[in-house]
Each structure stands twice: as C-alpha cells, then as structure tokens.
Design a binder for this molecule. Structure first.
Ligand code: PGA
Length: 250
C-alpha cells in the first residue's frame, strides 16, 4: 500500500530560538513515523544536523534543497553526500519557489534528483500549475510535462520518489484547491504514473497535496482517494496546527 505522508516545509522561516521551540514541541506531541504514516520535516539546512541528532529516528528530516553537483567550488551550496553524511534522509526537488525564483529548469532538477538518489536520499518531487495555466485549461498538460522528467529514472529509482502536487496559486495564499480540483488532478497524476511506469509503481507512489493546507481543510482533502497526505508550509510553523493536520490523515 501507499505510505501516507505529512511533511512540513519550514522554508526560510524561524530563527534558532523559534526553530528550537517548534522542534521541541513537535518532539513531545507529533506521533512517530510508523509503517503506514511518515511524519517529515524540512527545516532550514543550518538546523538539520542538530535536529537529526535530537530526533532518535522519530521523524524523517529532510533538506529543502541540494546542489546538483557532487562537490567542489560551488560557493554556498550543499551536496547530496554532505546531507547524507549528517543523517538526512529526504530532499525536496522542484518546488515552485525554486523553479520560479531561482530559475531551476528541467536539466538542473534532473541532476538534483540523480545526485540525491545516488547518495541514498529519498525525493519529494514537486509539480504545480500557475493560475494562468489553470484558467487557460493548460493545468493538466503542465503537470504532464513536469512528470515527464521522471522518465529519466529507472523503476527502481522511482520507488524512492514521492510526488507533491502544489498549485502555485494556492501556495501561501490562503486559497486552497477545492477537494474536487485537487482530486481531479491527483487522479490524473495517478493515471500519468500508470502510463509512465505501470500500475504497480502508480499504486505505491505517494502523491501529496500542498498549497494552503490547514487544520480546517485537511480532512476534506485527505478523504480523496488519490491524495496520500500533504506538504505543508505556513501551517507547519505551529506545532499544534501541524499535529491537527497529521491527525486529519488518520
Ligand atoms: P503553504 O506552502 O502551505 O504555506 O501554502 C506549501 C508549500 O509551499 O510547500
């Protein structure tokens, strides 16, 4: 069966005191990752090592970004092997903020996934359409094109990749996709995964929803057959809100 996942993307928020407070609260109230449900957090990378050391395997702790390169003269970058060496297990690739603000295009995303998988990191690959693309009814083809990148990887590699569908117009805006809109897209993604990799992979790949997911709307979204959890931004910055979203999954 597919793993249910709730992942918190803290983005570039919280100084050390606020981050420690949130993490300490989380350690005391969030449920541990179990066989069926994974709880993941993606804090700013400067906190990763300390959080991993305090974690005792309770949650999966991942990085929000990684370099596409192995090592060397890439000022400011962090490589997959460095992340792996501190006990990081996951990485986000293809978030719309990185695609748009840092102009990360297909080739670099492919290299990032390659590097992550080579070093044993699991990947959450994000995709999503803009409002204009949706209004012009190009949202399905946009997602289809973004998913096509995954054709570069073997069936075995795909097993280490989960998908997050995050409509750009819903990220950080308070505007969530309705359960109908989300469900339609998640059904489509499942079909695309079947076309690309066959039904076994399609039925075992977790597909998360992201974009203003909150304690108020999580339950209705998670009831949809093909939504296997959420990638949560703003609501992951409060330990109790994040807990409510985890509980909405159960
Ligand atoms: P949001 O962010 O929940 O604040 O909309 C989600 C994301 O960007 O992963």
């Amino acid at each position: 069966m597919r793993k249910k996942i709730i992942a918190g993307n803290w983005k570039m928020n919280l100084d050390i005191d606020a981050a420690n407070k949130l993490y300490s609260e989380g350690l005391s109230i969030w449920p541990e990752t179990s066989e069926d449900t994974a709880v993941m957090i993606f804090p700013p990378s400067i906190y990763l090592q300390d959080f991993i050391q305090r974690n005792n395997g309770r949650f999966e702790i991942g990085a929000q970004n990684l370099s596409p390169y192995e090592n060397g003269a890439y000022t400011g970058e962090i490589s997959a092997s460095q992340l792996k060496s501190i006990g990081c297990t996951m990485v986000l690739v293809g978030h719309s903020e990185r695609r748009i603000l840092y102009e990360e295009h297909e080739e670099v995303l492919k290299q990032k996934i390659e590097s992550a998988l080579k070093h044993g990191l699991k990947v959450i690959y994000c995709c999503g359409e803009s409002l204009t693309e949706r209004e012009e009814l190009r949202h399905m083809s946009k997602i289809q094109n973004q998913l096509a990148l995954l054709k570069e990887f073997s069936i075995n590699e795909i097993k280490s990749i989960s998908i997050a569908y995050e409509p750009i117009w819903a990220i950080g805006t308070g505007k969530t996709a309705s359960p109908e809109q989300a469900s339609e897209m998640h059904d489509f993604i499942r079909k695309e995964l079947t076309n690309l990799f066959g039904s076994e992979i399609a039925n075992t790949t977790s597909v998360l929803y992201g974009g203003s997911c909150s304690p108020t709307n999580a339950n209705a979204l998670f009831k949809c057959e093909n939504i296997d959890g959420g990638l949560i931004g703003g609501a992951a910055l409060d330990a109790h809100s994040f807990l409510s979203i985890i509980e909405a999954l159960e």
